[in-house]
Design a protein around this ligand. Structure first.
Ligand code: F0G
Length: 405
């Protein structure tokens, strides 16, 4: 199926070798150019015979859905969060809860496409570096596809749920001495030597699947473009994928304006937000990134330049939040909306509260927060920042005493 080509995002060259992850000519980042001519004849409703999910949008995907590797990814709820809207004092606020994907994060959207591509290429071993979620997702899809899988994790810094998943899905789990950026460097070396097919988001097929979160939001809002979409930013591919999806919807004529894409980073790991605050188009890597939101503990984001383009290209914004603000937003989302997100995902909610307070977000805005992962991924952080369970004797009187406190 040739509805696309892979090109260099920097120099525009067409890239033929499917096993490279950077441009052989200039070393630039790769991207997929979709041929959307036939889609221009369609309208959103024509796609609705397929259930809400990644594959409803196969017209926008660079792989053949006939042989997809799928465990029913996407189709996640878009909650109208009135309590959060009130707290932030914005007109309308929604949470797109990506924690309800098959492995509990948005990564499944990119992985169903990426592993389908790996299968097309008859890859023998797939691999990725990860702060946790990417590895959990790849391990699951590799298991489904029957392909051997190796994941490279920063030692000691992966949340318990994510580690349990990668181990249990049967990947070779490699604990690398160093942080995510070091683990990625090793995975890239393995890919350069053609020992693994690399499924980090530097692989241009991954963001293609991740575009579907935007397509779903638009479907769920009946194509009423929100004023702003807010996302946590780590390795910086997801905000770019959302931007790419918007440009494609514009190309086929399904939308005629863009939401302001707003990228939130943790204060201790914020190269993109720093670049934005000084109006730069490129970022300076952070040497020793630190944050309790380990999913986005990344100093040298591969797609950082693409993320900045997504932000500037939509008149969006980028800012940081502290670990305290993250945990507080995580609790608020759980306690007011019944939605348990992981710390990195709460960064988007924390960012909305902060930017509204600073007047960057207007009271009149209709805002969507993408909450990227499930709170169950990181039980240790949740327990650490909660009151411990209350000791209680086996007695009704004692329970009553406790409840009346
Ligand atoms: N939220 C969660 C829960 C994540 O796991 C990640 C990235 C992000 C947000 C940021 O997305 O990297 O596209 O900007 N996790 C990667 C991983 C790095 O290895 O699981 P991004």
């Amino acid at each position: 199926m040739m509805n696309h080509k892979v090109i260099c995002w920097d120099c525009g060259a067409t890239v033929e070798d499917p096993f490279v992850s950077i441009c052989p000519r200039c070393g630039g980042l790769l991207t997929v150019k979709m041929d959307l001519e036939k889609v221009k004849e369609k309208k959103p409703a024509d796609l609705r015979k397929e259930p809400l999910g990644v594959w409803r949008y196969s017209d926008f995907l660079p792989v053949d859905p006939a042989h997809k590797i799928s465990i029913q990814e996407g189709g996640t709820p878009l909650y109208k969060t009135e309590a959060l809207a009130e707290q932030a004092s914005v007109k309308e606020m929604f949470v797109k809860f990506e924690g309800l994907n098959p492995t509990g994060s948005f990564k499944d959207r990119g992985m169903t496409v990426g592993v389908t591509r790996a299968k097309e290429l008859d890859a023998k071993v797939v691999g990725c570096a990860s702060t946790g979620n990417t590895s959990a997702s790849l391990a699951a899809y590799a298991a489904k596809a029957g392909i051997k899988c190796a994941v490279f994790l920063p030692s000691g810094k992966v949340a318990a749920g994510k580690l349990a998943q990668a181990l249990f899905y049967g990947a070779k789990v490699l604990s690398v001495d160093g942080n995510f950026d070091d683990a990625l460097a090793l995975a890239r070396k393995m890919a350069d030597e053609k020992k693994i097919y690399l499924l980090n988001s530097i692989n241009p097929y991954r963001p293609e699947g991740q575009k579907s979160v935007l397509f779903e939001i638009m479907d769920q809002l009946e194509y009423g473009v929100p004023d702003r979409i807010v996302l946590p930013v780590g390795n910086a591919a997801n905000i770019w994928a959302v931007y790419k999806a918007l440009t494609e919807l514009e190309e086929v004529g399904w939308i005629d304006k863009m939401p302001m894409l707003t990228g939130i980073q943790a204060e201790g790991s914020s190269p993109v937000a720093k670049a934005f605050s000084s109006h730069e188009e490129d970022f300076v890597p952070v040497e020793n990134p630190e944050t309790l939101a380990t999913a986005i503990r990344i100093g040298n984001p591969v797609s950082g330049r693409k993320a900045l383009m997504a932000i500037y290209g939509t008149g969006g914004y980028s800012a940081t939040v502290t670990d305290e603000e993250i945990v507080s937003a995580q609790k608020l989302t759980a306690r007011r909306e019944g939605v348990f997100v992981e710390p990195a995902s709460a960064a988007s909610v924390a960012g909305i509260l902060k930017l509204r307070e600073q007047g960057i977000i207007d009271r009149d805005e209709r805002v969507v927060a993408i909450c990227t992962g499930n709170g169950l991924k990181d039980p240790d952080t949740a327990v650490k920042y909660s009151e411990p369970p209350i000791k209680c004797a086996n007695s009704v009187a004692e329970v009553e005493k406790i409840l009346s406190r």
